[in-house]
Design a protein around this ligand. Structure first.
Ligand SMILES: Nc1nc2c(ncn2[C@@H]2O[C@H](COP(=O)(O)OP(=O)(O)OP(=O)(O)O)[C@@H](O)[C@H]2O)c(=O)[nH]1
Length: 309
């Protein structure tokens, strides 16, 4: 099971010793005795839980709460449990208002502290699972459109910064309406699952993303992939599709299921394209592939377009 990371923000050596002794067997523990060190660790490490003392030598612990909650891009977004010797209910209220998840009074009771931490860990696990499920297509179990949209924007920014090309392949199963009509919707579903499985097998780099783009359309984001490699991979996928030998007797293209692909490679990388424009250009190539007779990949470099939308 995943070992969670806890950051103890506390300057009292006695408290630190007690906390480390209580937690080190079950968690990876980091210690920050100042606000500054805590913020540094929250940038550098993926911290899951912060145990936060309010009175720190260089300021109030609640400043950390506020900064972390206001800037989720910079800091890891941990669960925060405020610990304080104060019995003041205003402190408790303010902690919660500043984004703390829980508040616990000192002196700490080890078992209660551990139980409170476990509640937060359980919530983190459930949230992570929900986030994952919200990005998966139920039928094919590849990334869904939402995950695709987020990934394309993120990867395109990253490739531009790194001066790398990005290739995008849009795939549409040929004459799929006829397939559904001939073999039934359930067979159609099974066919889409097989296409997804095949794409995952071909586009297997950790940075590649295979997604269901909609209906019988799939998309593959290939960061840091030039046109030559992207064409080669797309053609391997098409070859494997034919090899799968899924009968499609009513297709005018082939007697087995095939697909058409529109491929775009951003080149040069510094042009001012939006993610929507990249999709649009891949879609134009997909249209061309269909027009040219289907069961083929139509590649192109991106062209600067005046306005697409
Ligand atoms: N079985 C199944 N069919 C789907 C699903 N999503 C979309 N479709 C079907 O996919 C078909 C797409 O039809 P069209 O857009 O006309 O395209 P096509 O028949 O593939 O024709 P071309 O793209 O021109 O080759 C429609 O009949 C949709 O009902 C799905 O999840 N399961």
């Amino acid at each position: 099971m995943e070992r969670h990371q806890i950051l103890i923000v506390e300057d009292d050596p006695v408290n630190i010793n007690v906390l480390v002794g209580t937690l080190r067997d079950d968690y990876t523990v980091f210690i920050a005795k100042t606000k500054e060190k805590a913020l540094k660790l929250l940038i550098e490490k993926k911290i899951d839980i912060v145990l936060l003392d309010l009175n720190l030598p260089d300021g109030n612990g609640l400043d950390i709460c506020k900064m972390v909650r206001d800037d989720r891009e910079t800091y890891s977004n941990p669960a925060i449990i405020v610990m304080t010797g104060s019995r003041d209910s205003d402190d408790e209220l303010r902690s919660l208002e500043y984004g703390a998840n829980d508040f616990i009074s000192k002196p700490l009771h080890n078992q209660i502290l551990k139980a409170r931490i476990e509640i937060q860990v359980d919530l983190l696990r459930k949230t992570a699972l929900l986030n994952k499920l919200a990005r998966i297509d139920g039928l094919t179990e590849v990334a869904n459109r939402r995950a695709f949209d987020e990934s394309l924007v993120r990867e395109w920014h990253r490739c531009k910064r790194a001066g790398q090309p990005l290739s995008l392949l849009l795939i549409d199963v040929d004459e799929f309406k006829k397939y559904n009509d001939a073999y039934g919707h359930t067979s159609g579903d099974m066919c889409l699952r097989q296409v997804a499985k095949l794409l995952i097998e071909v586009f297997k780099r950790a940075s590649d993303l295979v997604a269901r783009f909609g209906g019988e359309e799939f998309a593959v984001i290939m960061p840091n992939t030039d046109q030559k490699d992207a064409i080669a991979l797309a053609n391997i996928a098409l070859g494997k599709m034919v090899e799968k030998n899924i009968p499609h007797q009513t297709s005018s293209v082939h007697d087995v299921v095939t697909f058409s692909g529109g491929l775009i490679t951003t080149f040069p990388v510094d042009i001012d394209l939006t993610a929507e424009e990249i999709i649009h250009q891949a879609d134009v190539q997909l249209y061309n592939a269909k027009k040219e007779g289907r069961a083929r990949i139509m590649p192109a470099f991106t062209q600067q377009v005046a306005s697409v939308f």
